[in-house]
Design a protein around this ligand. Structure first.
Ligand code: HMG
Ligand code: MG
Length: 294
């Protein structure tokens, strides 16, 4: 077996499902079956749901029930970390009520995206998230931080220095890792290079950085390759390429995990998937439930 070099973070059950038409109708049992299959494929970092305002993202409204139903599997697989997205202290409270070991906070560098996503501007959002991170960490819950729109958005051009400053801020608040989102899929290998240089210029160790690519224009794997060559080892991906973002203009799928696996296999790099057939079954199961072709 190839040693796992890449640390994979599976986002399919949250970022993947939150924007899939029909996902709000999925039962708790469907979601648990999907996540069980992801665990069977060898995945150990799995975003299992979110504790946001239910009317904002109805597909995640049953996340507490999903978390409760995952308890036996969590007991059987202590190596698996289920992560839950939280926007505020109320979300953190809900995550702690189900015994979450990890939560993820999410911010953006685009004003327009930030306001659409969380009804708050960038500066206010960074200020408001500090106590959420502090309380989580003080309670023994580890925190991942997302920054969306890192390669630019409708209202802003790519600014690697601005992203690096915000990433440093989030890490300084207590996040163990910051995931940098190419929310609309406009990034390129050259931009990845500029971003990585800016991160290093502000003293960020790349072991604390993950990349979150979207495949809108078919550039995700090229961007993974560029990131990997520069020393990034943590990547977000979604089984079956599920998802997008409800507030981005080009809500195309997240980097497809199967594509990442194929790239890794071709390079002789491990990514933690130990059973590709189980992964195919997981994707097939969920795509089938959503009425999409595998
Ligand atoms: P708001 O309406 O401004 O919040 O929403 P509020 O504080 O004014 O509260 C309004 C109501 O919501 C109140 O209820 C609160 O209690 C309730 P009421 O008193 O009216 O009955 N509320 C909550 N209920 C449950 N859980 C909570 C919660 N918070 C407030 N946590 C808010 C602001 C941030 C809450 C809302 O806009 C929201 O939930 N947004 C989340 C949207 C979302 O999940 N977007 C997708 C995630 S980001 C993403 O996908 C990108 C990423 O994947 C990377 C990438 O791909 O780029 C990370
Ligand atoms: Mg995404």
């Amino acid at each position: 077996m190839i040693a796992s070099d890449i640390r994979l973070f599976d986002v399919s059950a949250r970022d993947g499902l939150q924007n899939e038409p029909g996902a709000a109708a999925l039962s708790v049992a469907d979601k648990v079956e999907f996540i069980t299959r992801l665990v069977a494929a060898g995945l150990t970092r799995i975003e299992a749901g979110s504790f946001v305002k239910p009317s904002a993202v109805p597909a995640m409204a049953n996340s507490a029930e999903v978390a409760a139903a995952l308890a036996p599997m969590q007991a059987a697989h202590p190596e698996v970390i289920f992560s839950y997205l939280v926007p505020n202290l109320k979300g953190l409270e809900r995550a702690r009520a189900i015994g979450a070991k990890e939560v993820a906070v999410f911010l953006a560098v685009s004003e327009e995206f930030s306001r659409a996503n969380i009804n708050q501007g960038v500066e206010d959002a960074f200020t408001a998230i500090a106590p959420v991170i502090a309380q989580a960490v003080a309670g023994g819950v580890r925190v991942r931080g997302y920054i969306s729109t890192v390669f630019g958005y409708d209202d802003m051009a790519f600014s690697p220095d601005a992203v690096a400053t915000r990433a440093k801020q989030l890490l300084g608040m207590g996040c163990y890792e910051v995931s940098l989102g190419d929310t609309t899929g406009i990034g390129s290998p050259g931009m990845v290079g500029e971003l990585v240089r800016a991160l290093q210029d502000v003293g960020i160790a790349l072991e604390h950085v993950a990349m979150h690519f979207h495949d809108t224009f078919g550039k995700a794997i090229g961007n993974v390759a560029a990131s990997y060559a520069l020393g990034i080892r943590s990547f977000d991906a979604a089984a079956g390429g599920l998802g997008g973002c409800p507030y981005a203009n080009s809500p195309k799928g997240n980097l497809r995990l199967e594509d990442l696996l194929a790239w890794c296999s071709a390079q002789g790099i491990g990514c933690g998937v130990t059973d590709a057939a189980a992964l195919a079954k997981a994707s097939g199961f969920m795509l089938g439930r959503l009425g999409k072709a595998a």
